[in-house]
Write a new protein. Structure first.
Length: 161
């Protein structure tokens, strides 16, 4: 099963879900597809689509998926990596009015250049990106959250002195 997440942004990301359906019709994608569409409205007989999924159900889907295709949200990308999943990320882009700026592009570039994920910078890149999956071995992801908390804590302690 492929899990597709479009995030919870109030702007539509229909480009990605249309491309995934097209690739399913072409036979490029043969697995079942479950989509967390957020505020993106889309109907399809080829995919199971939910607006929002409760966190426990989302975590179960993530645990059981073979691939995560997601927007460029850090939380979703790291959730996939923390669950040992191969991740393909596609950014919501300002030019398509999918977001207020292109920060998702920068996030995806950083994760992809570090070897953690595969990137499809435009939806038309998705088919070629999918073809890279068999050879792709993602770099092991280790969160830096604990180090950041310690840095902030140390900084606050120094300010209080």
């Amino acid at each position: 099963m492929i899990l597709v997440t479009l995030g919870t942004n109030d702007k539509s990301f229909v480009r990605l879900i249309q491309k995934i359906e097209e690739l399913k019709i072409k036979g490029v994608i043969n697995e079942d597809i479950v989509v967390q569409a957020g505020f993106t409205k889309y109907e399809s007989d080829l995919m199971q689509i939910f607006d929002l999924i409760p966190m426990d159900e989302f975590n179960e889907l993530l645990k059981n998926c073979n691939l995560l295709i997601t927007h460029g949200g850090v939380g979703t990308i790291t959730a996939g990596l923390n669950n040992g999943k191969k991740v393909i990320a596609v950014p919501r882009l300002e030019k398509y009015k999918e977001h207020v700026n292109d920060h998702q592009l920068q996030i995806i570039e950083n994760f992809a250049e570090s070897g953690y994920i595969l990137a499809a910078y435009e939806v038309d890149d998705l088919e070629a990106t999918l073809s890279q999956l068999p050879e792709f071995e993602p770099k092991h992801y280790k969160s830096n959250t604990e180090n950041m908390i310690n840095l902030v804590k140390t900084h606050i302690e120094q300010l209080v002195k």
